[in-house]
Design a protein around this ligand. Structure first.
Ligand code: NAD
Ligand code: DAU
Length: 339
């Protein structure tokens, strides 16, 4: 079996965390290095089951710390870098955009420079469909890899900037890269500031659910494990220099999502509270995943099976999300919402 050294940035967060667990289990011959700054969004308690495994390692580090990153790459001799680390919440980018530029733009450039200097064999940049901007409410239109980048929030602008840097390192220096652009994820260990885990945790506590505007904005939901298998495939089979969209055709309005959760948990729809809309709120996202499907990817969850599994996970793992919403999160929630 071929041994590989794999650096995963942001592996204490939601998607990176699920990806680290997936890789540690699937590839015992790969050494998985989880590099994470442990911001408010990162936590290591999710890795209790793998932290003793021989092929799992943790490094607390800032991707924007050039000196530390270069020292690490010099010693580490990594084969692959899978880059998840980012500030990821649109609402926070509206109140505090600066850190999004530092981590998402500058941090990505530091990693690219180190990957170039120490000649890694594949750099997968985990990006987002939000870089394409928004679609109208026309069910026949989709984001393809050729859709122009038109980001609307400071978050998506910072991700689009990082995508362009990744592209430039391929075009200018021949760095072997791929970029993935996935739609909205949901599933285990999703931080409860995002719509689905926020709704589940608040419904379970019989608290009001803040729905922005009229609730008719549309997102295209993908279970996080389907995102993990997509990244695994792109890492191993993706054509160097290519962008791959990731999505499973699961478009729902926000109101449909919230009502599904409330009804599954047998609670009242009176918990819904329409609140002031998000500034610059993108209307609709919808992915055309044909290019990735042609590479051999197929999602395993529908929205119905995925949301049922996720709700059950939150019911079984109250300890995990209860410790998050009892801390600093309370201050965030008070400032963000007046509920
Ligand atoms: P998350 O906020 O849950 O996790 C981000 C992780 O990055 C955290 O563990 C945090 O501690 C770490 N981090 C932040 N700044 C860092 C720094 N300077 N140095 C090192 N680590 C740092 O995010 P997520 O939802 O898991 O998203 C992961 C990636 O996937 C992001 O790049 C995001 O843009 C992208 N993405 C997310 C979604 C989604 O629906 N959540 C969809 C498509 C793409
Ligand atoms: O599309 C991929 C993106 O999905 C990722 O790049 C981002 O990192 C991720 O956070 C997510 O962005 P969204 O802004 O779409 O996700 P969020 O869960 O914040 O919001 C989903 C929808 O729900 C959006 O239309 C806003 C709405 N919403 C959100 C919150 C937090 C509400 O109506 N009420 C809320 O309280």
């Amino acid at each position: 079996m071929i041994k590989k050294k794999v650096l995963v940035t942001g592996g204490a967060g939601f998607i990176g965390g699920n990806f680290v667990q997936y890789m540690v289990g699937k590839y015992p011959n790969y050494d998985i290095y989880n590099l994470d700054l442990l911001t408010y969004a990162g936590d290591l308690t999710k890795h209790k089951e793998i932290e003793q495994k021989e092929n799992y390692h943790f490094l607390k580090m800032d991707i924007a710390d050039r000196e530390a990153i270069f020292t690490l790459f010099e010693k580490g001799k990594f084969d692959y870098v899978i880059h998840f680390a980012a500030e990821s919440h649109v609402d926070r980018s509206i109140t505090n955009p600066g850190v999004f530029v530092k981590t998402n733009v500058l941090g990505t450039q530091v990693l690219l420079e180190a990957a170039k200097q120490f000649e890694i064999s594949k750099f997968v940049h985990v990006s987002t469909d939000e870089v394409y901007g928004e679609l109208e409410f026309d069910p026949t239109t989709f984001f393809t890899e050729e859709t122009p980048l038109q980001p609307n929030s400071p978050y998506s602008a910072s991700k689009a900037s990082s995508d362009l840097l990744v592209r430039a390192y391929y075009e200018t220096f021949g760095l072997p890269i791929n970029i993935t652009r996935c739609s909205n994820n949901y599933g285990p260990f999703h931080f409860p500031e995002k719509l689905i885990p926020l709704t589940i945790s608040r419904v379970l506590n019989e608290q009001k659910i803040p729905v922005y505007g009229d609730g008719k904005n549309i997102r295209d939901w993908l279970h996080v494990m389907d995102h993990c298998t997509a990244i695994d495939l792109v890492l191993h089979e993706g054509l160097v220099g290519e962008v791959y969209n990731v999505g499973g055709h699961n478009e729902r309005t926000n109101l449909e999502v919230v009502k599904t959760i409330i009804n599954t948990l047998g609670k009242s729809e009176e918990l819904i509270e329409f609140v002031t809309d998000r500034l610059g709120h993108d209307k609709r996202y919808a992915i055309d995943p044909t290019k990735l499907e042609n590479l051999g990817w197929k999602p395993t969850y529908t929205f119905e099976t995925g949301i049922a599994q996720t709700i059950q996970w939150y019911l079984n793992n109250k300890e995990w999300w209860a410790q998050i919403i009892s801390g600093e999160y309370q201050n965030y929630f008070q400032k963000q919402y007046s509920l």
